[in-house]
Design a protein around this ligand. Structure first.
Ligand SMILES: Cc1cc2nc3c(=O)[nH]c(=O)nc-3n(C[C@H](O)[C@H](O)[C@H](O)COP(=O)(O)OP(=O)(O)OC[C@H]3O[C@@H](n4cnc5c(N)ncnc54)[C@H](O)[C@@H]3O)c2cc1C
Length: 448
């Protein structure tokens, strides 16, 4: 098969990139390892999207997405004007239909095996429905398939075809895991030892939101921390409590700790939001991992996942006891994917820095404009950083263009920038803008 563009990763940035590539006339293939689109939004249950400036730049995909979700009953505009309150399950359905409208070919449950490079161009990819299988020829006279490469089929058995070859003019790595960059042996930015804790999020249902709303608005008068209202005939609210400062909910959490309902790690970061179209439910922006680990450390990762699921049980039991309205609450969904805040970032034509961001440096070809703060999570009580920015900032297209390959680009949380600027750039609206801006740039290139 031959495509103009292959987008690897059907998540936040990848969906926007694929949609606009196809809309702008490029024959587009989107490759996704899961069986749904949306990436961190849907797989890691990360909702709502953060509020940022109503940017005039590359905002179309975000508008199309929120409008489609609204028509499905899965979006509201919150009290603060943030239209990013979205339903993660309906988001899967909305994205399927939006990308179908544009004519994107989508391959789910698909993995990249090999990439083929010539003169600094990625010429083709081999893909399959599983991780790469290296079949070893077996010198045995039994009924063994005598195959030596993964493209070979057994004699007279085409159903065992293992790989598909895809030729392409351009590749966008929107995997967040840098799958293409790593396979292509790209250079990475050398501050990759800097980490932030990931989270495993969940949803609880069976909640009397009306009762909880009355309680929480009365209990917590800080409208920076707790807000609630009725929007589109649904109750919506949000509240939080973290270990690095005193919140209205802190005494309740301390009680839970004293009674043994909670562990001290459960107090690190607690935040809940309601979800459009899911009455009686809230999304937990926690538990957060107790350590900032490298995701390639599989033993540490697995231990953190198990610990996070135990923490969910403690949190729900704590809420049932201390939050009026939560008496009948139960865990209705645990995110299938870990929510990863930061990962290694490949070297692009421009490495964006925290100085660029703080100064609000302008560029000839920006892909996004934002004012979202520097937001670094930490596993240390005094290690987090949430720093407002006073100027709108831009990200240049050059931070999405590989320095190593002529037709390789990246978009999303893993782009060419330093650790601190990534903590501001990674939010959902900015990832959408990156995907859209990049698609527009590549469509222009291909027309030249
Ligand atoms: C815990 C947490 C809380 C957050 N809170 C907020 C918030 O409140 N608001 C906000 O706006 N932002 C928030 N963010 C940030 C934001 O959600 C993410 O940074 C953003 O969604 C990442 O988008 P992306 O396109 O880079 O990656 P993703 O959306 O993760 O997409 C990557 C896609 O690539 C696919 N993929 C990976 N490897 C392969 C492979 N080998 N082959 C094929 N496909 C592959 C994945 O399955 C996925 O679909 C949060 C992030 C986390 C982790």
């Amino acid at each position: 098969m031959k495509y103009n563009i292959v987008v690897v990763g059907g998540g936040t940035a990848g969906c926007a990139a694929a949609y606009f590539s196809a809309k702008l006339g490029l024959k587009t293939l989107l490759i996704e390892k899961n069986s749904y689109l949306g990436g961190t939004i849907t797989g890691a249950l990360v909702v709502p999207a953060m509020k940022s400036v109503q940017s005039i730049l590359n905002n179309d995909f975000y508008n199309i997405f929120t409008q489609r979700l609204y028509s499905l009953g899965g979006q509201i505009t919150y009290l603060d004007g943030n239209k990013g309150w979205i339903n993660p399950e309906l988001a899967k359905i909305a994205l399927d239909s939006i990308l179908a409208d544009a004519g994107v070919d989508i391959l789910f449950n698909t993995y990249i095996n090999d990439i083929f490079i010539q003169n600094s161009f990625i010429k083709s990819l081999s893909i399959s429905s599983s991780e790469k299988i290296n079949l070893i020829p077996i010198d045995n006279d039994a009924n063994i398939l005598s195959v030596s490469t993964e493209t070979t089929t057994s004699e007279n058995n085409n159903s065992l075809k293992l790989s598909e070859y895809i030729e392409t003019d351009y590749v966008i790595d929107a995997s967040g895991t840098q799958i293409i960059c790593r396979k292509a042996n790209c250079r990475f930015i050398d501050d990759n030892t800097n980490l932030q804790p990931s989270s495993l999020r969940f949803i609880a249902s069976g909640i009397d939101l009306s009762k909880f709303k009355e309680f929480i608005l009365e209990y917590d008068k800080d409208r920076e921390a707790t807000t609630a209202g009725v929007i589109n005939n649904e109750i919506h609210l949000s509240t939080a409590c973290t270990w690095d400062k005193e919140w209205a909910l802190t005494p309740l959490f301390n009680k839970g700790l004293k009674e043994g309902l909670l562990n001290k790690e459960d107090l690190a970061y607690f935040q809940i939001f309601t979800i459009p179209g899911m009455p009686n439910s809230v999304a937990y922006n926690c538990p957060r991992f107790t350590k900032s680990i490298n995701n390639n450390d599989l033993y540490a990762l697995s231990n953190e996942i198990i610990a996070a699921r135990k923490s969910m049980l403690r949190l729900i039991n704590f809420c049932k006891k201390y939050f009026p309205g939560f008496e009948g609450a139960y865990i209705s969904e645990i995110a299938p994917e870990v929510g990863v805040r930061v990962s290694p970032r490949p070297v692009g034509k421009y490495i964006y820095t925290i100085q660029d961001l703080k100064e609000g440096k302008t560029f000839e070809n920006p892909v996004l404009v934002s004012n979202y703060p520097i937001d670094v999570h930490s596993d240390k009580r005094d290690g987090a950083k949430l720093e407002k920015v006073y100027k709108e900032y831009q990200l240049p297209i050059e931070s999405l263009i590989s320095a190593d390959y002529k037709n390789l680009f990246f978009a999303g949380r893993s782009i060419s920038c330093d650790f601190y600027s990534q903590s501001a750039l990674r939010i959902i609206p900015s990832c959408f803008s990156m995907g859209e801006g990049l698609a527009r740039y590549i469509a222009n290139l291909s027309n030249q």
